[in-house]
Design a protein around this ligand. Structure first.
Ligand SMILES: [Zn+2]
Length: 307
């Protein structure tokens, strides 16, 4: 299901009149609209089933991409460049966990691996805390992860934060790069997949055409809906048969490529979402006797649990 219908920008507002005319639009609706990739020309495609199940789904997560991983760009008038829009989303994301609305006294600043990293001793999700100001650890690392009794843990494990974060980021990106490479080599070898991709590309441009016809009023709404539906069914079939043939969803490689490319522009929230897509947990073990050499990072004490 596409967000908006290929007409002018304001159709995003006009099409779903969730706010009665006499009422001002809600804060959350504004935020939702601002997150719409259409504003910078990108397309988003949220699967119908997901939309029905979950209601409002963050369109940022569902950019439509070409098979090479670049975003599909529409031909409508935009109000942001992709860079501006990405910046806007970053700001909105960064506000989620700070400032107003946060209960005073809580330590909910989410670090990259809060809750994802687990204690190797008791299995509890780790929380983060700042080292005490002025200490060498504070100067060097700033924050650390710890297993906390108050949140149901054993209280027996802690680890400096940044080296763990860096390590997990590096391993994840290597993993995604490998996915990208695997995808590319499969593509080169297989004419059948090539053909499927060409057909998918054709469907993309058919959709663009249908939208244009609709915008020019040459298709009735019913005809337009029928045509889009037909193309989506065809698209779904192609993707399913491609996945069945090659064992991986057709988007895997391209999505991985995008994540790798844009990683440095991601907010902590976006990175966390990406990490949890690939990793069940990162289990951190205690250093053991004589192993706790201060200041030395030991990657062998981290275990990645892949999904
Ligand atoms: Zn523990």
């Amino acid at each position: 299901m596409f967000i908006g219908n290929g007409r002018k920008q304001r159709s995003v507002l006009r099409r779903r009149p969730q706010t009665p005319a006499e009422k001002s639009i809600s804060y959350s609706s504004v935020k939702y609209i601002l997150r719409n990739p259409r504003l910078c020309g990108y397309r988003a495609c949220i699967p119908q089933e997901l939309r029905e199940r979950s209601g409002r789904v963050d369109p940022v997560e569902y950019l439509v991409e070409r098979t090479d991983g670049t975003p599909v760009v529409g031909k409508w008038e935009t109000i942001f460049t992709p860079e501006e829009w990405r910046e806007l989303v970053n700001v909105l994301d960064s506000r989620k966990n700070t400032g107003k609305g946060r209960k005073s006294g809580t330590t909910v600043t989410k670090r990259l691996l809060t809750g994802i990293a687990r204690c190797g001793n008791c299995g509890a999700g780790l929380v983060s805390a700042m080292y005490q100001h002025g200490t060498p650890s504070y100067e060097k690392h700033g924050y650390y992860y710890l297993c906390k009794v108050a949140t149901g843990g054993c209280g027996k494990l802690s680890r400096s934060g940044p080296p763990v974060d860096d390590h997990v980021e590096r391993v994840l990106l290597d993993h995604l790069r490998k996915q990208t490479r695997d995808m590319t080599s499969t593509v080169k070898e297989d004419p059948e997949l090539e053909a499927a991709k060409a057909k998918l590309k054709q469907i993309d441009s058919d959709k663009v055409e249908a939208r244009q016809l609709r915008a020019d009023d040459e298709l009735s709404l019913a005809e337009f809906a029928r045509e889009i539906r037909r193309l989506e069914v065809k698209e779904q079939e192609l993707k399913e048969s491609a996945s069945a043939l090659f064992g991986t969803p057709i988007r895997t490689g391209s999505t991985a490529a995008r994540v790798v490319r844009e990683w440095d522009t991601y907010t902590v929230d976006m990175k966390r979402a990406e990490i949890t897509r690939s990793l069940e947990a990162v289990v951190i073990s205690r250093a053991g006797k004589g192993g706790a050499q201060r200041g030395r990072f030991r990657p062998e004490l981290l275990e990645m649990v892949w999904k």
